[in-house]
Design a protein around this ligand. Structure first.
Ligand code: ZN
Length: 386
């Protein structure tokens, strides 16, 4: 490894393959790993940026080896000494956000034709007892946006038990868990037996729940109550490809989402402004909000944007309904269907007779955290047993 200082950066050049990586001096100084600057348990930075010497320069630097691997040693002009493992540096390479793109590529988009091949099925007991199965389920949820859990029984606390394997439920105005059944007293239209349009849940929350867990307790034996769904990210991708102008309109023109009612002992009136499609800073689709019942007739945009928006949403809805998975898929009592509420649109056919689902929500922050912890624990186990 060759080391040099150029343009306020330390450059490392591998002699083996000639590959270069550069680390700005200010970043290195700010991320010193010595016990004075960083916590040796959590790795959290102790050095506050107010006290950072922004223009430090190295008076000595070299790459050396010890039994913990190769490391970069730097002595700064204020006398402070830092060492950085080359492995530690390598996972922090400044490569223009490639890591971010890799995380997005993990999401595999699907169509009505490929749905049956991507829908992974798990057994409830395996998820409760085995960490590797728990991880595989959560990974499937992150990759495909949907997975089904079988043999859950009919006890009404299953959704809560499952959520507690991951972390904890996200509570909403509809309760910690909620019952989807015919309830003529309720204000929410999901609590009727009629057809339910393709939608995402709770678009009127700024932080809409990320994952939906639906436990089927009773399902009509005759036709009716079938689930309908579509991969909203696939819909967006088609839309971006075929109708880029309309896609742009749906990702920029804000809609007023609202829900007003009473449930679970609360009177509520939620309002949130957001376009149907949200992108992140890199132009990747981040999440979808869509629900006809909760889109307010108040539409605080310019007249011209009203026309542009309706033209765009017509295309969006047509693509969504043309590509939905229909009828092929009806939950059975004892199933828990789990899916990404920021990605999938879901609905159900109307029905006659009784039907009961128990629902609950999880946040992606909690799911992704559990995935990281499990990956690290399971890889530690593999390395200690091998
Ligand atoms: Zn330090």
């Amino acid at each position: 490894m060759e080391v040099s200082v150029e343009n306020s950066e330390i450059r490392l050049r591998s002699i083996a393959d000639g590959l270069c990586s550069a680390y700005p001096l200010v970043w290195l100084k700010n991320n010193c790993q010595c016990p004075e600057c960083a916590s040796n348990t959590s790795g959290a930075r102790k050095l506050v940026i107010r006290d950072l010497k922004f223009h430090s320069t190295p008076v000595d630097y070299r790459v050396s080896s010890n039994n913990e691997g190769d490391e970069l040693y730097v002595k700064w002009d204020d006398g402070h000494e830092s060492t950085y493992g080359l492995q530690w540096l390598s996972v922090r390479k400044f490569n223009g956000g490639q890591q971010h793109h890799l995380e997005h590529q993990r999401r595999v988009k699907w169509t009505a034709e490929t749905f049956s091949s991507i829908l992974r099925s798990f057994k409830y007991d395996d998820i409760i007892k085995r960490d590797d199965t728990l991880l595989t389920w959560l990974d499937s949820l992150a990759t495909y946006g949907i997975a089904i859990i079988k043999d859950c029984g009919l006890a009404e606390n299953r959704v809560k038990e499952l959520a507690e394997r991951v972390g904890f439920l996200k509570r909403t105005h509809y309760g910690e868990t909620f019952r989807v059944e015919v309830n003529t007293d309720a204000t929410n239209l999901a609590y009727r037996s009629s057809y339910l349009q393709l939608h995402t849940d709770l678009p009127y929350y700024e932080f809409a729940p990320g994952v939906i867990l639906l436990h089927c307790i009773v399902q009509p034996e005759n036709a009716g109550g079938e689930s309908e769904t579509v991969d909203g990210f696939y819909v967006c991708e088609l839309m971006k490809d075929k109708y880029p102008t309309q896609y742009k309109a749906l990702s920029t023109i804000p809609v007023m989402w609202t829900d007003r009612g009473h449930d679970n002992g609360y009177n509520f009136h939620c309002v949130h402004h957001s376009p149907i499609i949200r992108e992140d800073q890199q132009g990747m689709i981040k999440r979808i909000k869509f629900s006809e019942h909760q889109r307010d007739s108040k539409f605080p945009v310019t007249l011209n944007n009203v026309h542009i928006w309706y033209n765009a949403v017509e295309k969006f809805v047509k693509i969504a309904y043309d590509n939905q998975v229909m009828s092929s898929f009806k939950m059975k009592p004892g199933d828990i269907l789990t899916f990404d509420n920021h990605r999938l649109l879901h609905g159900r056919k109307g029905y006659e007779g009784s039907r009961l689902l128990i629902g609950g929500y999880l946040d992606w922050d909690i799911v992704n955290s559990r995935i990281r912890v499990l990956k690290s624990q399971l890889s530690d186990q593999i390395s200690t047993t091998s």
